[in-house]
Design a protein around this ligand. Structure first.
Ligand SMILES: [Zn+2]
Length: 476
């Protein structure tokens, strides 16, 4: 072929140019939507694909063009393509052995229908508003990447199996649904705003899958992850939701682990319910929400155990870790109120142990609310010190034993008027004083007298705290 007869994109298509034009029929910008031009376009396209051609860069496709019942052995390259009138490009029953790339400013949408099979990587990049990206009844063996710096109208993935990652980077998605599809790896839609719909009903999640919605914003809809299949991992750091929230893992499954390590889930509509069932919230910040609206069941909280001794540990909200570090007074107050509500909820359910943990948290925050000075010189401090806010039976009994021993040592060392009594005599004396048994009075010095007075007041109180702490543990 004479070089003058070649299409300007000859390196891509290898075709001759049309009469009076610099381009071939594929690259021509003349309308091909109707009549003969469309037919010719189809013939040339079929001819090239029949020869195994897969590079269709810069081609201008007629509106509503269908690529049907074909197999591409190499990467189908549709970069810088145009669909006339921002139309839709449709794949039906196509097999891609190496995946495909499409990057376009003029793409109304892309439909992948009727049992398409994609073995390689898929990259869809659209600029300007893209109407829809749909897939139905297809299989993606590798990653499916959808990118748009602007808005996408609808992303609908139905009855589709995605074995690789599904990455979606878009500014705004009006409707997102993945009904009756299978997600085997990561569904990653971070930093995206959603419009009227975010629907994962009947989506099947494999045990290796996870959803990442970090920093996303469900502006006009809620989120429901419930039913027979939920992902084992859900990331929602900084997620904002305007509607209802339901996170419910089936009770026969291990709990769904929800991550919001630094930025709590934020619910905009205060009247909407939030339901969390069989979930692990040990890494999930929730502070700032109205816990009255929470319906909780089988929750795994963060077990905080600073001493490394299991009987000192307690369940806390992940937020407490941050609040302790920052000491922000507003958050301390907020956390105290949250603990109070959680305590009451667990009390209503009859779960006294869990209620006790949140009672401890509530008291701990109350003590911190008082400021640094009152933190160590307050009634709450003494309550904490002597009985761990009425929960630490081990601490209460430990202090009781220590106090009784200390008193006996004081009596023994001050044994000046009638020396000769052994140490065990004074221990018995100390126990008798501590239990108000009025031991026979021995003439002793002032220090011992004062010790007797203080011990006979303190010891029964401490026994009382011990009994209360035991009762807190075992009552129903
Ligand atoms: Zn050409």
């Amino acid at each position: 072929m004479n070089p003058e007869e070649r299409c300007q994109h000859w390196d891509i298509c290898g075709l001759e140019r049309k009469e009076n034009e610099g381009h071939c029929i594929l690259h021509s910008s003349q309308s091909k939507t109707g009549g003969e031009a469309r037919l010719v376009f189809q013939q040339i396209f079929d001819h090239l694909t029949g020869k195994g051609h897969t590079n269709f860069q810069k081609v201008i496709f007629p509106r509503g063009f269908e690529i049907k019942a074909k197999e591409f052995l190499d990467v189908l390259d549709l970069r810088k393509t145009v669909i006339e009138n921002k139309g839709i490009l449709e794949f039906k029953n196509v097999t891609f052995q190496k995946g495909f790339l499409i990057e376009s400013q003029d793409l109304g949408g892309i439909n992948i229908l009727e049992h398409c099979t994609v073995v390689g990587l898929v990259e869809i990049e659209c600029r300007g508003r893209c109407g829809q990206i749909m897939s139905k009844g297809s299989i993606f063996h590798n990653d499916l990447n959808i990118k748009s710096p602007d808005a996408i109208g609808v992303i609908s993935i139905e009855e589709t199996e995605i074995r690789g990652k599904l990455n979606i980077q878009a500014k705004f998605i009006s409707n997102f649904r993945a009904n009756a599809s299978t997600i085997s790896s990561i569904l990653d839609i971070q930093d995206c705003m959603f419009g009227a719909q975010f629907d994962l009903e009947n989506t099947k999640f494999s045990p290796e899958s996870e959803i990442n919605l970090n920093s996303s914003y469900l502006r006009d809809c809620g989120i429901s992850l419930a039913g027979s299949s939920v992902p084992p991992i859900l990331r929602i750091n900084g997620l904002i939701v305007a509607g209802q929230v339901i996170f419910a893992s089936p009770f026969s499954h291990p709990p769904m682990k929800i991550f919001a390590e630094t930025k709590p889930l934020q619910l905009l509509a205060s009247e909407e319910q939030i339901s969390i069932k069989n979930c692990d919230l040990s890494e999930c910040c929730l502070l700032g929400n109205n816990f009255e609206k929470f319906s909780l069941a089988n929750i795994q909280w963060l077990h905080w155990n600073p001493m490394g001794l299991s009987w000192f540990g307690r369940d806390i909200l992940k937020d407490e870790v941050h609040v302790r570090k920052t000491g922000n007074s507003l958050k301390i107050k907020n956390l105290r109120e949250s603990y109070q509500i959680l305590k009451e909820q667990y009390q209503r359910k009859g779960n006294q142990l869990q209620a006790g943990y949140f009672h401890y948290g509530e008291m701990e925050m109350r003590r911190r609310e008082e400021g640094r000075r009152r933190r160590y010189f307050s009634l709450e401090f003494l309550y904490w010190l002597f009985s761990g806010y009425g929960l630490g039976w081990g601490r209460a009994v430990g202090i009781l034993i220590f106090g009784t021993l200390l008193a006996s040592v004081i009596y023994w060392l001050n044994d000046i008027y009638d020396p000769g009594h052994g140490w065990s005599y004074w221990l018995l004396h100390s126990i008798q004083v501590g239990t108000l048994q009025r031991p026979e009075l021995v003439p002793t010095g002032n220090v011992s007298k004062w010790t007797q007075v203080i011990q006979s007041i303190w010891s029964p109180l401490q026994i009382g705290l011990f009994v209360l702490a035991i009762r807190m543990r075992v009552r129903r």
